[in-house]
Design a protein around this ligand. Structure first.
Ligand SMILES: C[S@@+](CC[C@H](N)C(=O)[O-])C[C@H]1O[C@@H](n2cnc3c(N)ncnc32)[C@H](O)[C@@H]1O
Length: 177
């Protein structure tokens, strides 16, 4: 049976959140499978030299693939210290000069030079970050959202992945500002 949105993701926010003094946890850590990471970046039309940001970058897998395989200038933002360290250790180990992860809050960064933004956050979090993206993103910037739509935006393209190889289905939404 194909499963779609993981149950963990839909548990009440309060049960999962670890609020820090500065940052609101906008989603629990739930990594995108590597096969889907590649599809997200292809779907977003990421080109060499473009600037991309992964908002809540987890173990850095999207940033790392964007830098290694797509030759993009890739930046992640991650509030969890261990995940930040894990991703930076891997980036340094691979010698990637075109990738980095900011240890900080998604909502306190500047994305005005982004060509592509990738997001895998809760639906309510997409609602929260939408005004910031509307304010900051330049015209023509693309946003790829994994599994959850941005209410109020109309996707230019949607892709459904029936099986990621591990029995899970995924949906990708592409928006252009
Ligand atoms: C569902 S995971 C996605 C990880 C990665 N983008 C991926 O697709 O594999 C969401 C990530 O966002 C991070 N996160 C949640 N709220 C955040 C915030 N306010 N600032 C920075 N990171 C945040 C979590 O720690 C978690 O690693």
């Amino acid at each position: 049976m194909i499963r779609s949105i993981p149950v963990l993701f839909l548990l009440p926010y309060a049960a999962l959140s670890q609020q820090t003094a500065d940052a609101e946890k906008l989603a629990p850590y739930y990594p995108t499978p590597e096969t889907v990471v590649e599809k997200m970046l292809e779907f977003g039309g990421l080109k060499p030299g473009e600037k991309m940001y992964d908002l809540g970058s987890g173990d850095g897998r999207i940033v790392i693939m964007a830098a290694r395989k797509f030759r993009a200038n890739a930046t992640g933002v991650e509030m969890d210290k261990d995940l930040w360290k894990q991703s930076m250790d891997r980036i340094r180990g691979l010698g990637l000069r075109n990738a980095r992860v900011i240890k900080g809050d998604i909502t306190r960064q500047n994305y005005s030079d982004a060509d592509l933004v990738t997001v895998y956050l809760l639906p309510s979090s997409n609602v929260k970050i939408r005004p910031m993206l509307e304010k900051q993103l330049k015209k023509g910037a693309r946003v790829v959202s994994h599994d959850f739509e941005f209410t109020g935006w109309t996707p230019v393209k949607t892709e459904h992945i029936e099986d990621d190889g591990e029995g899970r289905s995924h949906t990708l939404y592409l928006y252009v500002r």
